[in-house]
Design a protein. Structure first.
Length: 343
């Protein structure tokens, strides 16, 4: 890697995020690092995204046909001229030194193939309590896993262009789990590091419906990947937290029985205590930061999200047993076959 400030290409995939896009683009343009090019890759948005980008003076590339974030990132990488490519989601506004810190970390060790950023504790645009729950939870979780990781967070992700060319494109057939698939591939050859010095503010999803739908489907679709790679960490979906998710689901499903027959309330109460105990450090953090009232809401939201994670994992396990196609979702080389099949 050229130590005298290699050109960095910031690739911003976008579909209908005009609301947050200006904040994202202005943050990218205000980076302390240079030289820098900023590319917006628009996946045929129907809102004012393109006009917003053009008003900011940012080059816009269109995918031509709405194809999903994997194809959008691949398109951006194909047009990027930089030695380093930084993927940034269009609802994330980076801190001014984020790219400089990511480049420094990549330059510190040739074994590092990608550097992933983290989220700030405050949302980019404050809309709802569920959004604030997601913001604090992901801030804590990403900070907790700082250092070498076995996954990939693509909201802010920097990698040398040569590494992207070697590992290959994102799989365009994967709409929710393209980052997990890419993590499995890149970690065979390189280290991936997460750093709180590479940070941005995220405009998190702000409705229960969207949050729970994403959590359910992302968990479900990760099951073949977890089966294939038992060592792949999944944060809230694996390890002790998997037990917390199962306990949360059982607590909610046994609660009606407890309401009918009072003595049975001990069952959901005990299960609820187990799921809260698994994340005691998280709840203490939220209590210190936001006080008891929000901490109570946070605990409720976290229990519901954990239950949905368990439900998604259960459905994914059934699909894995019943569907050969589902089991082969992350087979080696599937990304290349998918790219060739993409119009």
């Amino acid at each position: 890697m050229n130590r005298k400030h290699p050109l960095v290409s910031v690739v911003i995939p976008n579909y209908n995020y005009g609301r947050a896009l200006e904040l994202c683009l202005r943050a990218a343009l205000a980076q302390t690092y240079e030289p820098l090019e900023v590319l917006l890759v628009d996946d045929c948005s129907t809102d004012d995204s393109v006009a917003v980008a053009e008003a900011c003076g940012v080059r816009v590339i269109s995918t031509g046909v709405n194809s999903g974030v994997a194809t959008t990132r691949n398109t951006g990488a194909a047009h990027a001229r930089g030695e380093i490519v930084v993927f940034v989601d269009s609802d994330v506004a980076m801190e001014p030194d984020a790219i400089a810190n990511a480049v420094a970390l990549l330059d510190s060790d040739p074994r590092i193939g990608a550097v992933c950023g983290t989220y700030d504790a405050e949302p980019l645009i404050r809309d709802s309590l569920i959004e604030e729950y997601r913001c604090l939870h992901q801030f804590y979780w990403l900070a907790e896993t700082e250092g070498r990781i076995g996954t990939l967070h693509t909201a802010i992700c920097a990698m040398p262009a040569r590494v992207f060319a070697e590992i290959g494109p994102f799989n365009p057939r994967l709409r929710h789990t393209e980052d997990g698939d890419y993590a499995a591939r890149i970690c065979r050859s390189y280290e991936v590091h997460s750093s709180t010095a590479v940070r941005g503010r995220h405009d998190h999803d702000d409705t229960w419906r969207v949050v729970l739908r994403k959590v359910f489907h992302r968990t479900r679709l990760h099951i073949p990947l977890y089966v294939r790679r038992g060592d792949l960490p999944g944060g809230i979906a694996t390890g002790p937290r998997a037990g917390a998710s199962i306990a949360a689901l059982l607590a909610l499903t046994t609660l009606p029985l407890g309401l009918i027959a009072a003595p049975w309330l001990l069952v959901p109460a005990a299960l609820l205590a187990l799921t809260l105990l698994a994340d005691a450090a998280l709840f203490r953090f939220v209590l210190r930061r936001r006080g008891p009232l929000f901490a109570a809401y946070f605990a409720f939201a976290h229990t519901v999200v954990n239950a949905v994670i368990a439900a998604g994992a259960g459905v994914g396990a059934l699909q894995w047993l019943a569907s050969r196609r589902f089991r082969r979702l992350y087979e080696p080389g599937a990304h290349l076959a998918a790219v060739r099949a993409t119009p």
